[in-house]
Structure formats: C-alpha cells, structure tokens
Design a binder for this molecule. Structure first.
Ligand SMILES: [Ca+2]
Length: 215
C-alpha cells in the first residue's frame, strides 16, 4: 500500500516537473523589413526566399530558417541588421507552447536601443540583459508574464512595431532569438489531476479500512 501511495505521489511530482519552462524549438522564421546580409559586415545565412521589401535596399525573408535560430549566440561577424520601425519578425515553433519570454541577442559588439515591441497584438516592453556595450547591457528580453499572452497556447509569434530609446537609430542587430515556454502537451489536464487525486483518496480509504480490520 505504501508503495502505491509513493507511486501516485511520484506521478504527481513528475507531471509537475514535466511542465517546467524549456527552450522552444524555432523551426523557421520570416523577417519583413531587413537590411541584406553583409551590412555592418554581419553574415546571415537563410534557407528561404529573399525578395524586395517595402523600401529600396530593404528585403523580406520568407519560408526559411537560418543564423538567427541556429543555437549560436554572438559569434564575431555573425548576425543581422534589422530595419526597426516597419520591421516584423515571425517565429514558427515546433509545437504549441505557453510562452514565458522571447530573448533577442544582439550581434557581438553592437549597440541595441530596443525598448518595446508588439507581440501577437500585445504591447510588451523589453528589459536589457547580456553583453555590455557603451557600459550598458545590449541584449533584450521580452517577458510575457503578466501580459494577456501569458496563458495563451501558440506555435507562432509575431513581433512588430518595434520601439526605440529617444534619439537613437531605428535599427537593431540580432545574432540569435530564443523563446522559452511550457509545452502545452506537457501540462496535465485538470481532469488528469482529479483522477490522480481520486486514486490517492481511494488508496487512503482502503488503507484506513485495513487498519480498522487489524485492530
Ligand atoms: Ca545565431
């Protein structure tokens, strides 16, 4: 009986452990509004289609993946310059997640003046972190906790309407994008919890009956 109780307790514990925050797998990304690879001597390889964008010298990247989601953060001369105001970036994830945050790692030694963005329709401010440049952290974290997006399951994130500090160029560099979240499929349904708790109750009841019989 004690073994069964331990088993149920372990199952409950394991299911809550499974729902821990993890790096989401970004399977592809589109960028609308971007300088070409080679700008600022930064290299960006991309597997999709690159076409003319909404301004001369500005390009659209569609249907592929590349340097910004390859797990390689801030290697010299690897990265990309994004045309800020009108740009948008769409990330495709391998599964549905409850998103915790989106991190933008700037290219090595590049200033970032990013302050905010619209993410899936919600205005979100960013917090600087990471590499120090001009005596200030230069990577940007968009934290979705406390926003309307916190408990929304999604496999696609669009960032647009980028906001910048006053009197700074409306551009930013990226070397890598990371998304952390909880896999929706790893979170047990409320009915699963009810079933497990019900099982625990039944075992407790049987144990109590056994004890009464033994007296
Ligand atoms: Ca990278």
């Amino acid at each position: 009986m004690k073994k069964l109780l331990t088993f149920f307790a372990a199952t409950l514990f394991a299911s809550s452990a499974f729902s821990a925050t993890n790096l989401a797998n970004i399977t592809g990304y589109n960028i609308s509004g971007s300088y070409p690879t080679g700008t600022l001597n930064l290299e960006h390889s991309y597997t999709g289609t690159i076409s003319n964008g909404f301004l001369p010298g500005i390009f659209s990247y569609n249907g592929g993946t590349g340097t910004l989601a390859d797990g390689d953060i801030q290697t010299a001369d690897i990265g990309h310059l994004i045309y800020g105001n009108g740009a948008s970036i769409t990330l495709f994830l391998d599964d549905d997640y409850y998103i915790d945050d989106v991190s933008f790692f700037s290219a090595l030694g590049q200033n970032s003046s990013l302050e905010s963005a619209t993410i899936n329709g919600e205005a979100v401010t960013s917090t600087p972190f990471g590499q120090i440049f001009f005596n200030k952290p230069q990577d940007d974290l968009f934290d979705l906790s406390g926003t309307a997006l916190e408990h929304v399951a999604t496999n696609q994130i669009t960032l647009s309407n980028f906001g910048f500090k006053a009197y700074t160029p409306k551009v930013f560099t990226l070397s890598e994008i990371q998304v952390t979240g909880t896999l929706v499929s790893a979170v047990p349904e409320p009915s699963t919890y009810a079933l497990m708790l019900g099982g625990l109750g039944l075992i407790g009841f049987m144990a109590a009956r056994r004890r009464r019989h033994l007296v």
